[in-house]
Ligand binder design. Sequence first.
Ligand SMILES: [Zn+2]
Length: 312
Amino acid sequence: MPLPFELDHINLYVLEGDDGIYVVDTGLSSRKSKAIWEACFAQFNKPLLGVIVTHMHPDHSGLAGWLCREYDVPLYMSALEYFAARSIFGPNPMADLTTDKRYFTQAGVSQPDIEQYVRPRDTYTEGVEPLPLAFRRLRQGETLEIAGKQWQIMTFAGHSPEHVCLYCKAENLLIGGDQILPKISPNIGVYSQEPEANPLADYFASLTTLSNMPSDTLVLPSHNVPYTGLPDRAVELREHHETQLESLVTFCDSPRTLLECLPVMYKRTLSGRHMFFAIAECLSHLNYLMYASRLSRTMSDTGVYLYKQTGV
Ligand SMILES: [Zn+2]
């Protein structure tokens, strides 16, 4: 399914059984995406029985509301992903934006620039249709029969709060979502909702679990092509983050702001959407180092956090 970003596509999966089909993830809401789904359903010529969403991000959940409403089928999600999506993407016109602004101030972003990131929450997020008001909960460790096959539910944090992966042992298939991708590293971000979070520690834990899975398991990722070699890929991703962490510690030989740290992790010039995600990802690394006692954090007179090596 096309996406209007630099990452220009998302892979969606259809699980076909005798009685009908289930879809895994949905794409961003647009007229074009809806037409693609309609053409896809015409091809299968079987009823849609359910919509499974791996995690709340708009490219995965954007059309879930439309699909469930249009075809009158249940939505399957983990509880944290479902409720996070409903609260983050739904309108909340009375929301106080102080903590959103503070998050960017503490990172060292200038006041005029903060305005482009902090927006009133008075409408639904673009590209995300309102989610159904009820859902079916996916839980870690459960096995579900979907389209005639047994699928084990695995949930992981790090990239999003309770990301679902689906593992079919009989077929040796893992629908991996964004949790583990073949070419790119999924964004591990700390956002304004929980500025003291440590998702990189959660992500490392998920990589440990995934590295213990069979290396010939075929991983069906949300971006780029299916691949095998899960244990090696898990090690590669861990090393990628470890390298970033070490570079940050070295750079913080004197007190640095998050904004000053960005070029350590990103070689290109950042703006807009890229800047928003880069700040979140850099903060996940700085928080990780702080909790590991590798960096200490103090606050400047202007309310900006400064990070410095501890010598541990
Ligand atoms: Zn995602």
